[in-house]
Write a protein that binds this ligand. Sequence first.
Ligand SMILES: CC(=O)SCCNC(=O)CCNC(=O)[C@H](O)C(C)(C)COP(=O)(O)OP(=O)(O)OC[C@H]1O[C@@H](n2cnc3c(N)ncnc32)[C@H](O)[C@@H]1OP(=O)(O)O
Ligand SMILES: CC(C)C(=O)C(=O)O
Ligand SMILES: [Mg+2]
Length: 524
Amino acid sequence: MADDQRIRIFDTTLRDGEQSPGASMTHAEKLEMARALADLGVDVIEAGFPVASIGDFEAVRAIAAEITGPTICGLARCNDRDIDRAWEAVRYAQRPRIHVFLATSAIHREHKLRMTPEQIVERAVAGVRRAAGYCPDVEFSPEDAARTELDFLCAVVEAAIDAGATTVNIPDTVGYATPSQFSKVIRTLRERVPNIGKAVISVHCHDDLGMAVANSLAGVEAGARQVECTINGIGERAGNAALEEIVMALRTRRDYYGADTGVKTERLYPTSRLLTTVTGLSVQRNKAIVGRNAFAHESGIHQDGMLKERSTYEIMRPEEVGVPKTDLVLGKHSGRHALKDRAIGLGFHLTDEQLNAVFDDFKALADKKKEVYDDDLAVLIEKQIGDDVPKAWELISVQTTTGSNMLPTATVCIRRPDGEIVQDAAIGTGPVDAIFKAVERVTGVRASLHDFAIRSVTRGKDAQGEVTLELAVESDDIDFRGRAASTDIIEASALAYINAVNAIASRRERGRVREVAGRPGAGA
Ligand SMILES: CC(=O)SCCNC(=O)CCNC(=O)[C@H](O)C(C)(C)COP(=O)(O)OP(=O)(O)OC[C@H]1O[C@@H](n2cnc3c(N)ncnc32)[C@H](O)[C@@H]1OP(=O)(O)O
Ligand SMILES: CC(C)C(=O)C(=O)O
Ligand SMILES: [Mg+2]
């Protein structure tokens, strides 16, 4: 493929995607996703915003140290601390990139940054120069570019390239653009910015009006050669352009766009599934490319057409995007080889130790269910790889009694962090509420329930129920997530609640250790 026909895929699932409420990932989950993105063949992984937290810094640094192939990028505002921190995080990558951004639209200049246009140019140049002093690969984004006066946008972009930006990314930060307007922005930059040839033009579109993919493709038609996108389209508010849609639109309509990406399209579905499992954010059934209905045909006329010639109703083949044809049915007679093979198909790389742990859980589940589906397996694997919170409190058993004319009661039996086994009971408005109250009595952790969701992991009467919940405690300003699955939804609720309590206990313990270490004389 000629270089000008090659569209670079910049994946920001681990940065903009992680900004979606409910999409926060643990260190281990971010690494697992980064491995899957590298397998997928993306060109750039934006691994995080290193100054945001110690956890994000460490995740970006670990990804930079481990992942080879794609460029590893860290985001930074236009200030010294952010840029220094971003460089510290990405510097050991095979191909590091620093991404600096500064808003340029009048609304953002006046109300958010409280800066004049001259100050914006000055700050953008200073930021890009500092980043370029560390790293030859620097991306600059004029945030809210789509609402920026075109003359001013051209001036900022020209100054950023002069200062050393090698990629200029044009964001439609609030999803306000329309395809023809957005392609005009890109065309104008190509026509009016004298040094534009020294940088790759990139687009970064949000989906507030449902046009993120259309706007990104309009940008490509106008000459953009990098597209920023996320798996399943997750991201701030309504999300970003969905990577799988961008990639498959370019591949399927190569006749029209005359361009393509380096993505291994058969890894699209497994990567989408991995993200769903890791975050608990499922995609709607009719989602393009990766939704359950994307390749399903129900009506007779369509089925007839498909049986005669599949191209009558299918513009892509499911195999092209990795929708699995499950030949091996996993059940209680299956062994480790089949399990490992399926796990790889789903995008997971398990160590021998993890495989053994998943295998034990798998056999226990297979004893309860006729068939273990991919989704069941994904939940079991996530339990092993995603959970890096120490299990201070452990549920031994739970029992509830409930009915139309009685007070719902729950009895829980829990192992305390010191190993002692304690039992207690409580009544509640329903069996789940009773369980939460009983757990509260045993652990002494008082929390309010911010969110509680239950979904069926697969189909059928013997399907596992997955419970996701969020707890808030008065002393902390963050929510603590708990997640668990079981064929018994009452047990899943208790396990999810205990997981969140463990997250709270672990944070308190880390705080206590820091406090002791900070006391005069400690550690001397
Ligand atoms: C469009 C995007 O997606 S941008 C990325 C958005 N992502 C995030 O914000 C997630 C991570 N963010 C965070 O963890 C926090 O916001 C932090 C650590 C970065 C900053 O936290 P705080 O220092 O408490 O600042 P806070 O977030 O409340 O306010 C942002 C500040 O940055 C300034 N700012 C915003 N963008 C930029 C920029 N590109 N360059 C320089 N300064 C900026 C704001 O004007 C404000 O400054 P002020 O404190 O002088 O008013
Ligand atoms: C940081 C920038 C690129 C961004 O996410 C946006 O403007 O939407
Ligand atoms: Mg964004």
